[in-house]
Each structure stands twice: as C-alpha cells, then as structure tokens.
Design a protein. Structure first.
Length: 103
C-alpha cells in the first residue's frame, strides 16, 4: 500500500476509508451492489466527494476472489457504467446461479 502519510487535509480519514473499502472487497464485495449502497455512492460521486476510481482496489479484490449471483448481472454492469468506472485491469466478474433458501 505504500507509505502512510499523515500530512494533508483529512489524510488519516482518507486512509481509514480506503482500508474499510478494501476489507469490504475482501470479505463481502456484493455489499457495493446493494441498492442502498449504490444510491449513497452514486450521490457522493455526483457531489464530487468520491471518484469511482477510488473503489478500483476493493473491486479488484472482490471480483478476483468472489462470485456474484447471476440475477445481479444487469444491475452490477449498469451500476459500473453509471459510475463511469474504468473496468480495464479488473478481473472478469464471475456470475453463478444462486438458489434462494427458505428460512
């Protein structure tokens, strides 16, 4: 990850957000594509508070190590397009049929 620089405006907070996003990518990247999360991230991108490229590392981790439900394919791909996300360099997203289980 390189050196941690504690200088600059909100640098510690930026690192904390980066590390949190990275861990989400490692553990549960599907969370990025839940409707509420997409809504928040899209709004923050629209306000200029977040650039889609900042999610590159965590999505690279998630796409390389996880599978996603086929029924989310269209939503995920449309979301990445809406975010104007540069998917070059990302692993291919693996979709599988998911079976819904009754509680």
């Amino acid at each position: 990850m390189g050196e941690l620089s504690a200088t600059g405006l909100d640098s510690c907070r930026n690192w904390a957000v980066f590390i949190t996003c990275f861990h989400i990518g490692q553990i549960a990247p599907h969370l990025y594509f839940e409707e509420g999360t997409v809504e928040v991230l899209t709004r923050e991108m629209g306000r200029g508070h977040l650039k889609s490229g900042k999610l590159f590392t965590s999505l690279r981790e998630g796409f390389g190590n996880h599978e996603f439900c086929e029924d989310k394919r269209t939503f995920m791909l449309e979301t990445l397009e809406r975010w104007d996300f540069d998917v070059e360099g990302l692993p291919e997203i693996r979709f599988v049929e998911c079976v819904e289980r009754d509680g």
